[in-house]
Design a protein around this ligand. Structure first.
Ligand code: ATR
Length: 282
């Protein structure tokens, strides 16, 4: 029940209307019976929103597009991995001291580690945006060899340099996959409504490969369906969404996230009930 003691957490972004974050976080609060509530705010001015967090004593915030980078300069402290990435997805308010974190990379690693060991492996990471950067940072910290490939080759090169990756290039280097253990799609290719698209030709998918697609709408993208057909282990994108939210939950509450309750709220929303057309990437 919401009362005078309720701790408030929120999502800050634009757009936020179709985000699944309120659903996942509130399912977690309910499962643990804790007096928290999670709401979303569509925000255009991030500076004023962060002043609001301080002013109202909001316990924590998830931060999404377009504020993940700009938010950094209004915070008191930044967790080192988030500093390296140059973007946050989480703010925690400890009695007026605001700290920024980034749980995206850890969320992706946790999803991958459910099906594959990482140390010493070779990963081909497709993408050159913020999601690819957060994942690349996490992978490098785990002792993984990373080759970054992206449609815009220059962005792949910059990202690779930033994280000290083993290689980079354009999409003309997809043959790198033949010697890889893990393939990650960190682009938006395959996301609704263009569900017929895949960035990887099917014949490059070999059965020693684990394939992780960060796109979660649809739950099984064309890439993942083809990977499954070719005998690859697969990792669904919704798992990254779940684990990055679980990381935030733990930062906000100091409690272990009740994963089964949070996962079932998320998969139910993805599979039925709500119009798939309306989901955002995050
Ligand atoms: P995010 O922060 O989620 O990573 P982003 O910064 O917009 O989002 O990055 C989107 C990624 O998807 C980029 O790597 C982009 O490639 P470019 O850097 O060349 O733009 C990639 N992407 C989007 N549409 C694509 C397409 N049709 N083919 C190949 N790559 C695509």
């Amino acid at each position: 029940m919401i009362n005078a003691d309720t701790k408030i957490c929120c999502l800050i972004g634009d757009p936020v209307e179709h985000s699944l974050s309120p659903l996942i976080h509130n399912a977690g609060y309910q499962a643990l019976g804790i007096n928290y509530a999670y709401v979303s705010f569509r925000v255009s001015d991030i500076k004023r929103a962060i002043e609001g967090i301080r002013g109202l004593g909001i316990r924590g915030a998830s931060v999404t597009i377009p504020h993940k980078i700009k938010a950094l300069k209004y915070l008191d402290k930044i967790d080192p991995p988030a500093e390296k990435i140059g973007a946050i997805n989480t703010i925690v308010n400890d009695d007026g001291v605001l700290t920024g974190y980034n749980t995206d990379g850890d969320g992706a690693l946790q999803a991958l580690e459910e099906v594959a060991t990482l140390k010493g492996k070779k990963v081909v990471l497709i993408g050159g945006g913020g999601a690819a950067l957060a994942i690349a940072c996490g992978l490098k910290a785990k002792g993984v060899k990373v080759v970054v490939l992206n449609r815009t080759e220059e962005k792949a090169g910059k990202l690779a340099e930033k994280v000290n990756a083993e290689g980079s290039g354009g999409l003309n280097k997809l043959s790198e996959i033949s010697s890889a253990d893990i393939l990650i799609n960190a682009t938006s290719v395959g996301m609704w409504p263009k569900t017929g698209q895949s960035i990887i030709p099917k014949d490059l998918l070999h059965n020693r490969l684990t394939v992780f697609d960060i796109v979660y709408n649809p739950r099984e993208t064309r890439l993942l369906a083809e990977a499954r057909e070719r005998g690859c282990a697969i990792v669904y994108g919704y798992k990254m969404l779940l684990y990055q939210a679980a990381g935030q939950f733990e930062l906000f509450t100091g409690l272990k996230a009740p994963l089964p309750a949070m996962e079932s709220a998320l998969t139910q929303a993805l599979e039925g009930g709500r119009d798939a057309a309306h989901f955002d990437r995050r």
